[in-house]
Design a protein around this ligand. Structure first.
Ligand code: BGC
Length: 695
């Protein structure tokens, strides 16, 4: 594999949100936003930790950003050289996704000439607690340089501050900042060592929340001065930095891990470099957040890019991201499935709190299955008051996603051990949950599910959402399949499914067709404020047929064997023009369905939209007054699904790997690997031909 380099040139001070996402580095245990190393909290740098949450007062519970050990800033001859304010002639940030390395290089202009400052940043895939950072200074004239490096405890928080009882110090060439979380007193430790082999004067000191060094030296013209930093970040026990190998050694171990991932994951597309790049970049993002450090953990909707969406796990993981891991690194898929098994307790408690049976999984799941979703999840732009939303109470389809993933995991891997490790309980408790939602009218013959929110969140509290009913039916069927229950088998047949009209279109929920049928631009033109929320009681979309994201189409994509091609085509045609794609989860579902009905050209732009979700600026950053920016791993997982299940048409039928290629016109050929039941298969698609070779 050739290196793929993602680059941005020049520094615009408004780039920090987009670049923070696009240049993210991470290893599943932590994610480091791709902001510049001299950026303080107003530019949202973050060392975001997986699975460690905290609440302060009435604020939302959210994940912890550790003290930022990567802080580094230069001065030359007493003048600060720091972006975005200092003058520069060239500035470039790049990400080598093959090796998992971030680089930044800036030529600062000073009164006496040019000082070049560069940073290499690695969040080690070989050691979940380790970050490596190499700073290089080169001046074209003799200059007095001071490199100020720091563990900065004044972190960016949305609902913080989460850390308290700071202890900052330095001892034996180790700088450290320790603190504990507010709610549970979890210790967070950041430690740092620096090495360099040139004469310098070093001053170490601490402030109330940080520990820093000033390394001062005289730079000779044209010479490079390198400072190698190792930074450990732990929640709980401290990391023994002295047990690590040299910087280069640790770097080599990290690169080897990335190469191991690409050996299986890399996807070659001949004829479309942009697609090849975006798709593999999507896989880079997924691999930065895969929880390899654990046997039972999951991935948040915004990955490890910050505290947005409360660092919580949504249906995004099961329905959008799981497949990529399932087919390339099943152990990670198992870890994701195990997270839901191990958070069953939270789901049982949530169901009981609503007077329901069984397992109602958290809409926004944190540790232990705690539902972090607030009753007031959006802030009204006009009144500035929190708006009552019903995502937590009514998005009951979440439990079906858990069953869908568990079933897929067992079907594809053949690993039934998860069933005995709690999987059976998940199946039966989720089935019980849906059973307790069923309602039959007096004299009626079918069970209905009323008062729900489907994937399209703009229409709240609807009856008989097609997606929800179909997924509940799926859960009953799965429970019957694994437990032999005749009751669940019968219930599956008794669920009401919304009718198909004369044009073959399935009504998204009862009464949807009676809503005003107007176009998206018309709905948009009714906004009084660009940040206004489109859904809820007064939202501009709520009383129209305009929907936020794939809903009926998601159902047809996720349950492809249950519907005919004609139905798929009719619904694609009907719903696509009515879909705002206001969620990054939407485009890939339409794209996948377009492939299924043999229209890869219609699928292609929607595929690119998913694959480039974090490469392009301009993603949605506000829901009402709530900031929702961050990375989009569900879109990235969705892009993989489109490429593999859509364009290549991969299926496993009776343990056999089969493809039905429908490549977009521009793609001459495509080549990828999958890990199926412990063997690696090399799959090549050439136009309409395909071959599978066991390696
Ligand atoms: C979408 C949900 C999604 C969540 C997290 C929302 O905007 O409507 O379907 O799970 O974002 O990505």
């Amino acid at each position: 594999m050739e290196p793929i380099i993602i680059t941005a040139k020049g520094c615009n001070k408004d780039d920090y949100t987009h670049h923070g996402n696009m240049f993210l580095t991470g290893n599943g245990a932590m994610g480091v936003r791709g902001t510049l190393c001299e950026y303080r909290s107003e530019y949202m740098p973050a060392v975001n930790l997986c699975g460690i949450y905290d609440r302060v007062g009435d604020g939302w519970r959210e994940p912890i950003n550790a003290p930022n050990g990567l802080f580094a800033e230069l001065s030359a001859d007493g003048r600060k050289l720091s972006l975005p304010d200092s003058e520069y002639s060239e500035h470039k940030v790049s990400l080598n996704i093959r090796d998992g390395i971030y680089e930044r290089e800036t030529d600062f202009i000073t009164d006496s000439g040019c000082v070049c400052f560069s940073e290499e940043r690695i969040v080690s895939l070989a050691d979940p607690n380790l970050i490596l950072q190499c700073l290089t200074v080169r001046s074209d004239h003799a200059a007095e340089i001071c490199a100020h490096t720091e563990i900065d405890g004044n972190v960016w928080d949305i609902h913080g501050p989460h850390l308290e009882n700071f202890v900052c110090g330095e001892k034996d060439n180790i700088c450290y900042v320790s603190a504990v979380t507010h709610e549970k007193s979890i210790p967070i430790n950041v430690r740092e060592t620096s090495e360099y082999d040139f004469p310098a004067e070093e001053r170490r000191a601490v402030s109330d929340k940080s520990s820093f060094r000033d390394i001062s030296f005289t730079a000779k013209p044209g010479e490079s001065y390198k400072i190698y930093r190792k930074i450990s970040v732990t929640a709980g026990k401290e990391h023994d930095l002295s047990s690590l190998g040299s910087y280069e050694n640790e770097k080599a171990k990290h690169i080897a891990k990335w190469h191991g991932i690409w050996d299986v994951s890399y996807i070659e597309i001949d004829g479309d470099e942009a697609a090849e790049r975006a798709l593999n970049y999507s896989l880079y993002q997924l691999n930065c957040i895969a929880p390899r450090h654990s046997r039972s953990a999951s991935i948040a909707a915004r990955g490890l890019s910050g505290q947005v969406y409360k660092g919580a796990v949504f249906w995004d993981t099961e329905m959008f991201m799981l497949d990529y891991f399932l087919y390339t690194e099943p152990q990670v898929a198992r870890t994701l499935v195990k997270y839901r098994i191990d958070t069953l307790g939270g789901a049982l408690r949530k169901a009981a709190s609503y007077g329901l049976d069984g397992a109602f999984y958290a809409w926004e799941s944190q540790e232990g299955g705690y539902d972090a979703c607030s009753d007031y999840n959006v802030t009204d732009v006009f009144t500035k008051r929190p708006m009552r939303t019903f995502f937590r109470d009514k998005q009951v389809h979440i439990s079906s996603a858990v069953v869908y993933a568990l079933d897929k995991y067992v079907e594809i891997t053949g690993d039934t051990s998860v069933l005995n490790e709690g999987g059976y309980d998940v199946l039966t408790e989720c089935a019980k949950f849906y059973r307790s939602l069923l309602l039959k009218k007096c004299g009626g013959d079918k069970y209905e599910i009323r008062d729900v929110i489907g994937p399209d969140e703009y229409h709240e509290r609807v009856n008989n959402n097609a997606y929800t009913n179909a997924m509940a039916r799926f859960v009953f069927r799965a429970a019957a399949k694994y437990t032999g229950s005749q009751e669940y088998k019968a219930l599956a047949d008794e669920i009401y499914m919304p009718k198909i009209n004369n044009d073959g279109v399935i009504e998204q929920f009862d009464g949807y067709f009676d809503l005003e049928d107007c176009c998206i631009d018309e709905v948009r033109s009714r906004l009084l404020d660009p940040k206004e929320y489109w859904g809820g009681a007064y939202g501009v979309a709520a009383h129209t047929q305009v929907i936020k994201q794939a809903d009926v189409v998601a159902m047809l994509s996720m349950l492809p064997d249950e519907f005919s091609d004609d139905v798929k085509k009719a619904n694609l045609k009907y719903y696509e023009p009515r879909t705002e794609h206001g969620s990054s989860l939407s485009a890939c579902m339409y794209s996948l369905l377009s492939c299924a009905v043999g229209d890869p050209e219609f699928a292609y732009p929607l595929f690119m939209k998913s694959a480039e979700a974090d490469l392009r600026p301009g993603g949605k950053e506000w829901a009402g007054l709530v900031y929702i920016g961050g990375t989009h791993p569900a879109a990235e997982g969705g892009a993989w699904k489109v490429a593999i299940f859509g364009f290549a048409g991969l299926e496993i039928k009776n343990s056999e790997i089969i493809c039905s290629p429908r490549l977009p016109k521009a793609w001459k050929s495509m080549r990828f690997k999958i890990n199926y039941r412990g063997d690696i298969y090399d799959i090549q698609i050439n136009g309409g031909d395909w071959s599978v070779t066991k390696l």
